[in-house]
Design a protein around this ligand. Structure first.
Ligand SMILES: [Zn+2]
Length: 229
């Protein structure tokens, strides 16, 4: 597959750099505010449980998951999974991250439109992220299989769409988290600004993912154009 190593791959370098910078910013904000403990001694679990209960979401379970920053809400099983550094930790970062995940559960329960589209296109996105590039490359290698280039590019468009729709979903979950944490008084103003920094840095990784997927799409388009000439 010598096509894979052509010059268009250089387009992906800025994407890689932006992704690495965003990751580094999250890690640094997270490690800083993981060491700042909130005055109330509230754990990530406590914060998520209270926010869920206040919204009537008694049916949403909270489980523990291994790893760092692996926290997520799983709409299929309606479970929030909190990582070791969040679940029973009383840091400002832990409460911020847990409130963000609870925000996703609230979005889902309230039928927040972007999260519904996002869930609906997950299967085609998974297909796109694994098959799009191989399909385009096969299409480029065999002139009789030209149609695969178009199919691959369309599949990759679904990946880009998914990343774009993820932005409002993530920004909204964080703004819900901050609003709740402020109005409930779970965190003081100073603690709140720390939680905000962690969530803002996390949001940047999603912006980086959008840029990266758009550059990958551009690369596929350039490859297909080269073929047509
Ligand atoms: Zn999120």
């Amino acid at each position: 597959m010598y096509w894979y190593w052509d010059s268009t791959i250089l387009i992906l370098i800025p994407a890689l750099i932006i992704g690495l910078i965003a990751q580094a910013m999250v890690k640094s904000a997270y490690s800083k505010y993981s060491k700042v403990y909130n005055d109330r001694g509230m754990t990530g679990y406590d914060a998520a449980r209270r926010i869920l209960d206040e919204n009537g979401l008694f049916n949403v379970a909270i489980e523990r998951v291994s790893g760092e920053l692996t926290d997520h809400y799983d709409p299929q099983s309606n479970v929030i999974r909190l990582s070791d550094g969040v679940y029973n930790q009383t840091s400002v970062a832990a409460v911020g991250v847990a409130a963000h995940e609870a925000g996703h559960a609230v979005q889902y329960a309230q039928g927040y439109f972007p999260i519904k589209i996002r869930s609906a296109i997950i299967p085609i996105t998974q297909l796109g992220s694994s098959l799009a590039v191989p399909l385009v490359l096969i299409g480029l290698a065999f002139s009789s299989l030209d149609v695969l280039i178009t199919v691959g590019i369309l599949l990759y468009c679904a990946v880009v769409l998914f990343q774009v729709i993820t932005l409002p979903v993530e920004f909204d979950a964080s703004s819900r988290a901050i609003t709740i944490l402020r109005s409930s008084g779970y965190l003081s103003d100073k603690e709140l600004s720390g939680a905000k920094r962690v969530l803002t840095a996390a949001a940047l990784t999603y912006v980086a993912a959008v840029i990266s997927s758009m550059l990958s799409l551009l690369r596929l388009l350039l490859l297909s154009n080269r073929r047509r000439r």
